[in-house]
Ligand binder design. Structure first.
Ligand SMILES: *[C@@H]1O[C@H](CO)[C@@H](O)[C@H](O)[C@H]1NC(C)=O
Ligand SMILES: *[C@@H]1O[C@H](CO)[C@@H](O)[C@H](O)[C@H]1NC(C)=O
Ligand SMILES: *[C@@H]1O[C@H](CO)[C@@H](O)[C@H](O)[C@H]1NC(C)=O
Ligand SMILES: *[C@@H]1O[C@H](CO)[C@@H](O)[C@H](O)[C@H]1NC(C)=O
Ligand SMILES: *[C@@H]1O[C@H](CO)[C@@H](O)[C@H](O)[C@H]1NC(C)=O
Ligand SMILES: *[C@@H]1O[C@H](CO)[C@@H](O)[C@H](O)[C@H]1NC(C)=O
Ligand SMILES: *[C@@H]1O[C@H](CO)[C@@H](O)[C@H](O)[C@H]1NC(C)=O
Ligand SMILES: *[C@@H]1O[C@H](CO)[C@@H](O)[C@H](O)[C@H]1NC(C)=O
Ligand SMILES: *[C@@H]1O[C@H](CO)[C@@H](O)[C@H](O)[C@H]1NC(C)=O
Ligand SMILES: *[C@@H]1O[C@H](CO)[C@@H](O)[C@H](O)[C@H]1NC(C)=O
Ligand SMILES: *[C@@H]1O[C@H](CO)[C@@H](O)[C@H](O)[C@H]1NC(C)=O
Length: 564
């Protein structure tokens, strides 16, 4: 028996996809999201060898720079890898991608450095999914391609894919691809699955690196894998989709199988985790590809560390049958053998394909959804140009600049503090502010905000510090807000010392405010004083300068500019 650790076996990760020809297109990309990161043209295109429709990443991120990889590298790759988006600015930069919450997705992020920056410095950086570390990305050489895959059920109707600079080089990304998967596949007890290996065992076509879409309907990459002590069985027939096997690996992957060269050998493999606490799920795909005569049989059993793992079973002719772990495997070494089943098997064991995943427990919390919606609307309303990306509160050291969050261990964090002072805000105080229900401190000072001070601020029961200083707000402070300030419930800066600020009205507005000068309050030195309403329910007194006034326009101006 010969054991080879999978990680020591060389299998080309590179380039060769372009050699896979589009022979039988099955054009069902429904649910595919294929993003070409850094693409400068906004148009979508169909990649020639796969037929996959790629779109530009401009709608998913608003930071980073578009760059092209070196010419020599480019020729090894399909079009989506010809350029990257790189992130010289900011610690965390995030893509936000809409998904259907609860559905199962294969999420793949790919990286080809290609010396896009001409520096020939190989970066290492971190990849986050939402608030969680997904993996680190270590570029090993200029032409190296890295694919990180995750099988994950998003809890929200969007995901964040974030590139995090931890001080070992500038992050970049080539593509992000999402593929829906049947929710009956790749089930775990808890957690998501990160791809460790996916091998097309027995595939020995020398010119082939991996099969993907359209060969594989879910666009999984199946890397060719052969071994010195294995030989290949193959068939020209198609491996039918088995209605009872939802994994549906590509027929072209399943039509070759590995079998031991020596008749006495089992088909064995093992892997040794770098982290002995890591948990694994394994999926082994079998299909009988030899037409057996009546007196032949291929009864198989699978053992792990010498114990029966599954079987006996006989794979159906030209029919995929998947054996998978029903619970996470942990604790060191994994010695697997596919062996002849007890008794009557005369044919050698086979294995057509195998997938191994590690469990990722994505436990870290995300900010309360209502708060995320509110702060996102505020970001859009004021076109805020801070590095506001990914989750607002988590991880704590990457939380959005200018906000603080509550920190209770059991609930999702809430935004309790928002400092948007000196942020160049213009326009009115946005209505989405009211949806930050838990906010305690709101600082909007030193901006160019205009319009009235909205009533809803007085309904925000947790608000105890409000700073509106140095803006161009008009009208009066809502009574209830003043009341709360007087009662010591709110520290109000800006408008309270200033009182109602000056504001200009046209003559026709005055007529509206006074309902055509309907109610006279009295007469003064300048002329008649009328009653009116502004901002719906604030009562005001309007002095009109009469042409017969004993005092002149100049004095009227002087009084108007003194009053507030
Ligand atoms: C890109 O194209 C899409 C669809 O044609 C359009 O909605 C979007 O506004 C465009 N974005 C840019 C940045 O031009
Ligand atoms: C994502 O969904 C949100 C909310 O449904 C929507 O406003 C936004 O336009 C969508 N974004 C894209 C890029 O489709
Ligand atoms: C680049 O790195 C990959 C992965 O380590 C390796 O397989 C490949 O041979 C390397 N290529 C070159 C040109 O060094
Ligand atoms: C960044 O993370 C990578 C991967 O974990 C690690 O190898 C590297 O040392 C880190 N860089 C710094 C500066 O800590
Ligand atoms: C799987 O998906 C189907 C159809 O989308 C849905 O009806 C079913 O509830 C899902 N099952 C689970 C366990 O999520
Ligand atoms: C790949 O190699 C196999 C065997 O050498 C050959 O039959 C096949 O035509 C090649 N395919 C391509 C796309 O070059
Ligand atoms: C199986 O049957 C075939 C005829 O169908 C015969 O030629 C062959 O010798 C038999 N093999 C064994 C091992 O009995
Ligand atoms: C796995 O196989 C290796 C090599 O035969 C052996 O040294 C090791 O003890 C085995 N591990 C287990 C858990 O069976
Ligand atoms: C953020 O915190 C994590 C875990 O506490 C740490 O590993 C990481 O280096 C921190 N990053 C920064 C930028 O401080
Ligand atoms: C915001 O959070 C940081 C880090 O936890 C803390 O140092 C700072 O004092 C907080 N600011 C406010 C205003 O609460
Ligand atoms: C308000 O806008 C004016 C004109 O655009 C600008 O000069 C001024 O700096 C702005 N004030 C603040 C506080 O942003």
């Amino acid at each position: 028996m010969m054991l080879l650790p999978l990680k020591q076996i060389l299998f080309a990760l590179l380039g060769g996809f372009s050699l896979i020809l589009l022979v039988h297109a099955q054009d069902d990309q429904s649910g595919f999201i294929s993003i070409d990161c850094g693409r400068t043209q906004n148009s979508s295109y169909t990649e020639k060898t796969t037929g996959i429709n790629y779109i530009s990443d401009t709608g998913f991120i608003d930071t980073g720079e578009s760059k092209l990889v070196l010419r020599d590298v480019k020729y090894n790759y399909q079009q989506p890898y010809w350029g990257v988006r790189s992130f010289p600015e900011g610690i965390r930069n995030c893509y936000k991608i809409n998904v259907t919450s609860g559905d199962r997705y294969l999420i793949r992020a790919s990286f080809v450095y290609g010396n896009y920056d001409g520096k020939d410095e190989l970066p290492t950086f971190l990849l986050h999914l939402g608030t969680n570390l997904w993996d680190s990305v270590k570029v090993e050489n200029v032409s190296h391609s890295i694919h990180k895959e995750l099988i994950h059920d998003p809890l929200r109707n969007y995901i964040h894919v974030c590139l995090v600079n931890n001080g070992s080089g500038v992050p970049f990304i080539s593509t992000i691809e999402l593929r829906p998967l049947p929710n009956s596949t790749y089930q775990t007890q808890t957690g998501s699955l990160a791809l460790y290996r996916r091998l097309d065992t027995g595939q020995i076509a020398p010119n082939l690196t991996a099969y993907r879409y359209p060969f594989d309907m879910h666009d999984r990459f199946w890397y060719s894998h052969s071994r010195e002590d294995w030989t290949q069985l193959s068939t020209a027939s198609t491996i039918d989709l088995n209605q009872n096997d939802f994994y549906q690996p590509a027929s072209d992957v399943m039509r070759t199988a590995a079998t031991p060269k020596l008749a006495t050998d089992d088909l064995s493999f093992f892997w040794l985790p770098a982290d002995e606490n890591a948990e694994y799920y394994v999926y082994m795909h079998f299909a009988e590809i030899e037409e057996l005569s009546a007196n032949q049989s291929r009864q198989l059993e699978i053992t792990m560390n010498g114990e029966l793992f599954y079987g006996p079973f006989a794979p159906g002719y030209l029919e995929t049958f998947t054996v998978w772990s029903t619970q996470a495997m942990s604790g060191g070494q994994y010695n697997f053998s596919v062996i002849k089943g007890a008794g009557n098997s005369d044919l050698q064991p086979i294995l057509n394909a195998i997938e191994i995943y590690t469990v990722k427990e994505f436990s870290e919390q995300e900010t309360n959804q209502d708060d995320v919606n509110a702060i996102t609307n505020i970001k859009v309303a004021y076109k805020i140009e801070k590095n506001w990306q990914g989750d607002p509160c988590f991880p704590k050291n990457y939380s959005w600049e200018g906000l603080n969050c509550s920190n209770s261990p059991n609930d999702s964090p809430r935004i309790i503090y928002l400092d948007l002072s000196s942020s160049g805000l213009t326009g009115e105080i946005d209505a989405s502010v009211r949806n930050l229900e838990m906010i305690q401190t709101l600082d909007l000072s030193n901006n160019n905000l205009t319009g009235p001070i909205p009533d809803f601020l007085s309904q925000m029961s947790n608000l105890n510090v409000l700073n509106l200083e140095n803006n161009k707000l008009t009208g009066s402070v809502p009574n209830e807000l003043n009341e709360r300030a007087k009662n010591g419930l709110l520290s109000l800066s800006g408008s309270v010392e200033l009182g109602p600020t000056r504001r200009q009205f046209t003559y026709s507005e005055i007529l509206k405010i006074t309902n055509n000068r309907q109610r006279i309050l009295g007469k003064g030195g300048f002329g008649t004083v009328y009653h009116g309403y502004i901002d719906d329910n604030t009562q005001v007194a309007i002095k009109l300068l009469s042409s017969s006034s004993s005092r002149g326009l100049e004095q009227f101006h002087a009084e108007a500019s003194l009053s507030r």
